[in-house]
Design a protein around this ligand. Structure first.
Ligand SMILES: Cc1cc2nc3c(=O)[nH]c(=O)nc-3n(C[C@H](O)[C@H](O)[C@H](O)COP(=O)(O)OP(=O)(O)OC[C@H]3O[C@@H](n4cnc5c(N)ncnc54)[C@H](O)[C@@H]3O)c2cc1C
Length: 404
C-alpha cells in the first residue's frame, strides 16, 4: 500500500491530505506537524480571530474526528529534522524514523526578527494559533501598540488593533506601506486608509534604539529622532521560508524556496507546495514563489492530483486577498515593478482595478472593492491575449475574455 507522508500541517498539508481522499486515494496518509494545534485557518489570525470575532473551534479547518474518519494520521508536535530520499525515510527530533513512498513538504515560514531586538515578553511575532492567542490576550491589556513593518501582517494587525480601540504606531522602512507587494501608488492609498482610521504611520522610519524597563520594551527611539512610549510590540518584517529540511534532504534551493517543476515536483515522488515552493508556472511561463493562503491550499490539492493521476502541470493562477477595515483587496497573477500599470475605476472612492501589463499581455490584476473585475482580469491573464491600454481602461472586459 502506498504511504504518503506530508510534512507540515498548514494550508498545503491539510488540503493535500483531504484532496487525496476525495480523489479516491486508498493508501496511508500521515501528516507530521511541528504545530501544537490541528490545522487552522491562518488568515483569521491577524483579523477575525485576533479581534475575538471568530474563536476556537471555528478557526480549525476540520472537526477533530475528521482526520480519523478520513484515515488521515495527524501527528502533532512532531518536528522532522532530516532523512534520506534514497532510503525514503524521515528522521524526527525525537530520533524516530518514519518511512514514506511519496513525500509532500508544506513547511511555511518563520517570522524574521530584527538585529539588536531585546528578548522581552511584550515583543512578539505572529505566525501560529498560539502566537495569535497570546497576542490577542496582550492586546486586551495594551494601550500603545507598535507595529514594526507594514507588509500584510503589520497592516492587518494595525487595522484590527484600531478596531479594538488601541493607539497604533505603524513603522515602515519603505516609502509606503505594502510597498514590496503592491508598489508605490497603491501603497499610498493604503497609507491614506490607515491614517483616516487613526493609525500613526511613519514611513521611511526604523527603530534606532529599544528602551527596556521591568523586562519589557517601554519605549523606542526612532530614526526620525523621536521617542515613543509603547507597551506592546509586534515585529512583522516578513518570513524566512523554512527550507532547512529540504536543504538537508539535498533538494535544490532557488528563489528563496525549493525548485519545483510545473507539476510541483522537486524530485521523483517528492512534492513541494505553499510558501516554500519556487514553482515554474506553466501559464505565466516563469518561476515564482508566493506566500499566500489560496496558493498553498490550491497547490496542496494540485499535489494530490499529481499523486493520484501522475504528474500534471499545476496551472492555477496565484490569488490572494487582504481585508483591512471595510476595504477588500484581491490580486490575481504575478506582476513585477517594471510592468505597465493601467488603472480602471475610481481610486478616490476606493473601488478600482489596476492591470499590470508586459508586452501587451496582462500579468497581474489588483482590485480594491472590485471583485467582479478582478475575476475577469484573471481570465484575461490566463488567455495570454494582447490587449491595449484603452481596452483595459474602458472596454467591456467580458468581451475581451475569450469564451472558455
Ligand atoms: C497571521 C497571518 C495572516 C495571513 N493572512 C493571509 C491572507 O489574508 N491572505 C492570504 O492570501 N494569505 C495570508 N497569510 C499567508 C498564508 O497563511 C500562508 O501563505 C500559508 O499559510 C502558507 O501555507 P504553507 O502550507 O506553505 O505553510 P503553513 O500554513 O505555515 O504551514 C506550515 C506547517 O509546517 C509545519 N512545519 C514547519 N517545519 C516543520 C518541520 N521541520 N517538521 C514538521 N512540521 C513543520 C508548521 O508547524 C506548520 O504546521 C497569512 C499568514 C499569517 C501568518
Amino acid at each position: 500500500m502506498t504511504r504518503v507522508v506530508i510534512v507540515g500541517g498548514g494550508g498545503t498539508g491539510d488540503a493535500c491530505a483531504f484532496a487525496l481522499r476525495k480523489r479516491g486515494f486508498d493508501g496511508e496518509i500521515v501528516i507530521l506537524s511541528a504545530d501544537h494545534d490541528r490545522p487552522y485557518d491562518r488568515p483569521y489570525l491577524s483579523k477575525e480571530f485576533l479581534r475575538g470575532e471568530v474563536d476556537v473551534p471555528k478557526v480549525f479547518l476540520h472537526e477533530e474526528d475528521a482526520y480519523a474518519n478520513e484515515r488521515i494520521e495527524l501527528r502533532l508536535e512532531q518536528r522532522v529534522t532530516g532523512g534520506s530520499l534514497d532510503e525514503r525515510t524521515l528522521t524526527l527530533a525525537s530520533g524516530d524514523r518514519v518511512p514514506f513512498d511519496v513525500l509532500v513538504l508544506g513547511l511555511g515560514g518563520t517570522p524574521r526578527r530584527l538585529p539588536a531586538l531585546p528578548d522581552a515578553a511584550n515583543v512578539r511575532t505572529l505566525r501560529s494559533l498560539r502566537d495569535s492567542t497570546e497576542l490577542r490576550e496582550a492586546l486586551k491589556k495594551a494601550k500603545q501598540v507598535l507595529l514594526v513593518g507594514a507588509g500584510f501582517i503589520g497592516a492587518e494587525v494595525a487595522a484590527s488593533a484600531r478596531q479594538l480601540g488601541k493607539e497604533v504606531l505603524l513603522l515602515e522602512a519603505a516609502p509606503v506601506p505594502l510597498h514590496r507587494a503592491l508598489g508605490q501608488d497603491v501603497g499610498e492609498i493604503y497609507a491614506g486608509i490607515h491614517r483616516s482610521h487613526g493609525v500613526d504611520i511613519r514611513t521611511g522610519t526604523t527603530v534606532a534604539e529599544w528602551h527596556t524597563a521591568k523586562g519589557g520594551v517601554a519605549a523606542v527611539s526612532l530614526s526620525d529622532g523621536k521617542r515613543e512610549e509603547v507597551d506592546l510590540v509586534l515585529i512583522a518584517v516578513g518570513i524566512d521560508p523554512n527550507v532547512e529540511l529540504p536543504d538537508t534532504l539535498g533538494l535544490q534551493l532557488e528563489g528563496g524556496g525549493v525548485t519545483v517543476d510545473g507539476s510541483l515536483r522537486a524530485a521523483p515522488d517528492v512534492y513541494i507546495g505553499g510558501d516554500i515552493a519556487f514553482h515554474h508556472h506553466p501559464v505565466l511561463e516563469r518561476s515564482i514563489r508566493v506566500e499566500h493562503w489560496e496558493v498553498a491550499k490550491g497547490q496542496g490539492r494540485g499535489i494530490a492530483a499529481c499523486i493520484v493521476d501522475g504528474p500534471t502541470p499545476y496551472r492555477k493562477l496565484p490569488y490572494f486577498w487582504s481585508d483591512q477595515y471595510d476595504v477588500n483587496l484581491e490580486y490575481r497573477g504575478n506582476a513585477s515593478g517594471d510592468d505597465m500599470a493601467v488603472w480602471r475605476g475610481d481610486p478616490e472612492g476606493l473601488k478600482f482595478t489596476v492591470f499590470y501589463v508586459r508586452n501587451g499581455v496582462v500579468e497581474g490584476v489588483l482590485s480594491m472593492n472590485d471583485s467582479k473585475t478582478n475575476e475577469l482580469g484573471g481570465k484575461l491573464i490566463e488567455s495570454r491575449r494582447r490587449v491595449s491600454r484603452a481596452e483595459l481602461a474602458d472596454a467591456d472586459l467580458a468581451e475581451l475574455v475569450p469564451a472558455q
